[in-house]
Design a protein around this ligand. Structure first.
Ligand code: GLA
Length: 717
C-alpha cells in the first residue's frame, strides 16, 4: 500500500482511496480494466476500502445490463443505462472497451488513470483532484485520438459518472427558473428511470442550473434536513450548454453522469487531438444537512475558486433601472453625485452608452461612445466618478451584435448562422461566434483598449440571448459543432486575458440576470447579477436558491424604485435594503427622484451595511427559515469564521393576526459565549440564542424586517 495522505493506492487490488478532511472516495480498476466505483462517503482507511466490494451489481437476468457503478459509464456490451462516454469510430463501431494503461500522480493531490481501447486508437484518462481542505473532489476526463487516420466522434463525453451508496430511496434538490425568476429551489423524490437536467441555450441558462444536491433514506430514516444528515452534490464548471443525467434503477441504485454539451452536440477528434472535459466538482458532507453542504460549497468557492477571495465587495450603483438606454454625461453625472453622497463606492453605467444605441434595436457591436450622449468620449464621466471618490464601471455585451450596427454590416459572417436558414433575432440581436479566433481577438482588442483608455475599474459583462442557428459554415476543418465548446472557452479566455492585462479590473457576470453562472464563471469574475427581478420579496426566493451552492460574497443585489419595474409591487425602502443586504449591496433606482427622507434612510442603511458586510461577505451562512410564504418569517444568519460576530437578517412580509413571530433560534454560535446585540445593547448567552431564540421585536406591520448585529463579548460587565 502506498501514496500520499490525499491519495492512497493498494496495487494488489488496484484500489485507490482519495481522502479529504471529512470524506473519502474509493475506486478500483477491475482485473479486466473497468474502473469501478467503491465508496463516496465518510472516512475510511485503505484497508477498509480494499475490503469493500464495488458498488455496482451484475445483471440478474439476460434482460438486464451492467453499467451502474462504473467511474465513467461507457456505451458498449450489455450496458443499457445512459452512457457518459459514447464514441463512434470511423468504421461504425460504437462500443468502447477498457484496458488499464497505467496511472500518474503529477502532484500529491492529482491522480490520472489512463486507459486504452482494446482495438481502436482512443486513450481515455480519468482525472481526480483532491481538495482535501474543503472536501471537494474534482473530476474530469481527457480523450486522445492516438491514431494516424480517421476521425473519432465523441457522441457524448461527460466529465464523470458518480454513484451514490445503495439506499431505499433518493431525493433530488435542484434549481429551476425563468428569466427574472431564476434559481428556485425544488426538492422532490427522485423518480425511477432517467431524469435529465439540461441547458441547450449555449449558456448555463435561466431555466436550470448545472448542479444537483442528493440525499437518501430508507426505513430507518437517513433523510437530510437543513441542519442534519448526509448530502451528496456536484456542480459542473462550465458556462455553456450542459447535461446532467440521473439514473435511478428499480433496485435502488443511483448514478449521475454530468458534462458539457447537450444531447445534439458531438466532438470530432482528429489524430493527435485531445478533448478535455470541464471539471465536475463533487462534494459530500457526512453530516450537517443542506446547510452544512452549502457552507462547504461556499468555503470551497471562496478559497479555491474566486479570483480575489480576500476582498470585500464595494457598494455599487447601477444606472439601468433609472435611465435605461437614455444615458448621457449629464444624467449619469447627476446620479453619480447622488450615489457618492449616500456612500456608494462603485458607479456603473449600464447599457446605452455606445454606437447608435438608444433602444434595443441598434448599436451592439459598435463599442465607441455614443456621439450625442458622450461628445467628448467617456473620459469626462470616468473622471467625474473618480473625482467623487468612486470606482467607475461600464456595461458591455461583447458576444452580441444588432443587425443594425456598423459591425454587422461589415461582418455578417461573424454571427452564428446556418446557410439557407433565417437568423432568429431575440431582443433584435444575434450571437457573435466567439469560437472564431478573429472574433475573440476583436473583442479582446476593444475591451482592453476601453478599459485602458477610460480608466475603467469594473466591467459588467452581459449576454442577453441564447444561441440559435448555431452553425459556422466556413469553419476551416468542417467541424462546426466545436463552436459549442470553443465559444465558451473563448469567453473564458477573453476574461482571463482582460484580468491579466488589468490586474485592478473587477468583473460582474450577467446574462439577462442569472442566465450564466457556474464555478467556471466564478473563477473569472467577482460578482454575479443573479436576476433582473429586483422585487425585494421575490429576490429572497431567488437568493435562497442561489446560495444553496454559491456564496453571498458573489451575489449582487440592488435596491430599486417602487413600484418595482418587474412586479409592480411597492415594498418599503427598509425591507428592500434588508433583502439586498444579504449579498453584495447595490442601488439601482433613480436617486434624483428620491425624497430627502428616503435619501437619509438610505445613507444610514448603507453605513449600517458597511459595518456588517465583512460578516455577510466572508462569514458562514446559516439559512434559519426559508422564504416563500409571505405570512411566515424568513431569516438568514452569517457568522464570522472565528464566531466573534454574527449578523441576522429577518423578514416578515405579512404578519398574521398582528402577532409577533416566535423567537428566532440562531445557529453557529459557541454555546458558552455571550453576545451583545448592538441594536438594543442587550447581552445574551449564546445558548439562549440558539435554544430559546432571539426576540426580533418586529413591528406588527406589513413588510417588517430587521438586521441584528451580534458581537461576542470577552468580559461582560
Ligand atoms: C440585461 C441585464 C440588465 C441590464 C440590461 C441592459 O437584462 O440583466 O441588468 O444590464 O440587460 O440591456
Amino acid at each position: 500500500m502506498s501514496g500520499s495522505a490525499a491519495i492512497a493506492h493498494d496495487p494488489a487490488t488496484r484500489t485507490w482511496l482519495l481522502t479529504t478532511r471529512a470524506t473519502c472516495y474509493a475506486l478500483r480498476v477491475a482485473e479486466h480494466g473497468v474502473p469501478l466505483h467503491v465508496h463516496w462517503g465518510g472516512p475510511l482507511s485503505l484497508a477498509q476500502a480494499v475490503e469493500l466490494p464495488p458498488s455496482g451489481v451484475g445483471p440478474r437476468s439476460s434482460f438486464e445490463g451492467f453499467g451502474i457503478g462504473e467511474e465513467l459509464t461507457v456505451d458498449g456490451g450489455n450496458r443499457y443505462g445512459p452512457p457518459a462516454l459514447r464514441v463512434r469510430f470511423a468504421d461504425g463501431t460504437r462500443a468502447l472497451t477498457w484496458q488499464a494503461a497505467g496511472h500518474e500522480q503529477p502532484d500529491p493531490a492529482t491522480l490520472l488513470l489512463h486507459f486504452t481501447d482494446s482495438h481502436y486508437p482512443l486513450r481515455t484518462t480519468l482525472g481526480y483532484r483532491v481538495h482535501a481542505g474543503t472536501d471537494v473532489i474534482e473530476r474530469w476526463t481527457a480523450l486522445t485520438h492516438t491514431g494516424t487516420a480517421d476521425e473519432i466522434v465523441l457522441v457524448r463525453a461527460d466529465s464523470a459518472t458518480l454513484s451514490l451508496p445503495p439506499r431505499d430511496d433518493y431525493r433530488l434538490s435542484h434549481a429551476v427558473g425563468l428569466w427574472a425568476a431564476e434559481t428556485q429551489l425544488k426538492r422532490d423524490p427522485l423518480p425511477f428511470g432517467e431524469t435529465v437536467l439540461t441547458s441547450r441555450t449555449g449558456t448555463t441558462s435561466h431555466q436550470a442550473q448545472p448542479w444537483v444536491i442528493l440525499d437518501a433514506g430508507d426505513a430507518d430514516g437517513g433523510w437530510a434536513d437543513e441542519t442534519h444528515g448526509q448530502v451528496w452534490s456536484a456542480a459542473l464548471a462550465w458556462s455553456g450548454s450542459w447535461q446532467l443525467t440521473l439514473h435511478h434503477t428499480p433496485d435502488n441504485r443511483l448514478s449521475l453522469n454530468a458534462g458539457a454539451g447537450h444531447d445534439a452536440v458531438t466532438v470530432a477528434l482528429r489524430p493527435g487531438e485531445t478533448h478535455t472535459t470541464p471539471s465536475l466538482l463533487t462534494l459530500h458532507t457526512p453530516d450537517g444537512g443542506f446547510g452544512g453542504l452549502s457552507r462547504a460549497w461556499h468555503a470551497h468557492l471562496r478559497t479555491a475558486v474566486l479570483p480575489h477571495p480576500e476582498e470585500t465587495r464595494p457598494v455599487l450603483y447601477n444606472s439601468w433601472e433609472a435611465t435605461g438606454f437614455s444615458v448621457t454625461l449629464e444624467n449619469q453625472s447627476r446620479l453619480a453625485a447622488h450615489a457618492a453622497a449616500l456612500g456608494v463606492e462603485l458607479f456603473v453605467m449600464d447599457d446605452g452608452w455606445f454606437g447608435g444605441r438608444r433602444d434595443d434595436h441598434a448599436g451592439l457591436g459598435d463599442w465607441t461612445p455614443h456621439p450625442g450622449a458622450f461628445p467628448d468620449g467617456l473620459r469626462p464621466l470616468a473622471d467625474e466618478v473618480h473625482r467623487l471618490g468612486m470606482a467607475f464601471g461600464l456595461w458591455v455585451e461583447p458576444e452580441m451584435v444588432n443587425p443594425d450596427s456598423e459591425l454587422y454590416r461589415a461582418r455578417p459572417d461573424w454571427v452564428l448562422h446556418f446557410p439557407h436558414r433565417d437568423r432568429t433575432e431575440l431582443r433584435h440581436q444575434l450571437v457573435l461566434n466567439f469560437a472564431r479566433p478573429d472574433v475573440a481577438e476583436w473583442a479582446h482588442g476593444w475591451l482592453t483598449r476601453l478599459v485602458a483608455e477610460n480608466d475603467v475599474d469594473y466591467l459588467k459583462w452581459d449576454m442577453n440571448r441564447p444561441f440559435s442557428e448555431a452553425g459556422w459554415p466556413d469553419e476551416p476543418s468542417g467541424r462546426s459543432d466545436r463552436l459549442w465548446f470553443d465559444h465558451v472557452r473563448s469567453y473564458h479566455s477573453v476574461l482571463d486575458r482582460l484580468r491579466a492585462d488589468h490586474p485592478r479590473l473587477r468583473i460582474e457576470a450577467c446574462s439577462g440576470g442569472g442566465g450564466r453562472v457556474d464555478p467556471a464563471v466564478l473563477a473569472r469574475t467577482d460578482q454575479v447579477w443573479i436576476s433582473d427581478n429586483t422585487d425585494a420579496a421575490d429576490r429572497l426566493v431567488i437568493q435562497h436558491g442561489y446560495t444553496q451552492i454559491y456564496p453571498a460574497r458573489t451575489m449582487a443585489a440592488w435596491v430599486t424604485d417602487v413600484p418595482n419595474q418587474q412586479t409592480g409591487r411597492s415594498i418599503p425602502l427598509r425591507f428592500r435594503f434588508h433583502s439586498a443586504m444579504s449579498g453584495v449591496l447595490g442601488l439601482g433606482g433613480d436617486l434624483t427622484r428620491w425624497q430627502p427622507a428616503e435619501l437619509k434612510e438610505a445613507e444610514q442603511l448603507i453605513a449600517e451595511y458597511k459595518a456588517v458586510r465583512h460578516v455577510i461577505q466572508h462569514g458562514e451562512l446559516f439559512r434559519l427559515r426559508p422564504p416563500g410564504d409571505l405570512q411566515a418569517l424568513s431569516a438568514v444568519q452569517y457568522v464570522t469564521p472565528d464566531a466573534s460576530e454574527s449578523v441576522v437578517l429577518a423578514w416578515l412580509p405579512q404578519p398574521r393576526f398582528g402577532l409577533p413571530p416566535a423567537p428566532l433560534r440562531l445557529s453557529g454560535l459557541p454555546p458558552e459565549s455571550r453576545y451583545r446585540d448592538l441594536r438594543t445593547g442587550a447581552l445574551h448567552h449564546a445558548r439562549n440564542l440558539t435554544e430559546r431564540g432571539l426576540d426580533l421585536a418586529l413591528p406588527p406591520t406589513d413588510w417588517a424586517s430587521t438586521l441584528v448585529h451580534l458581537v461576542r463579548v470577552q468580559d461582560p460587565s
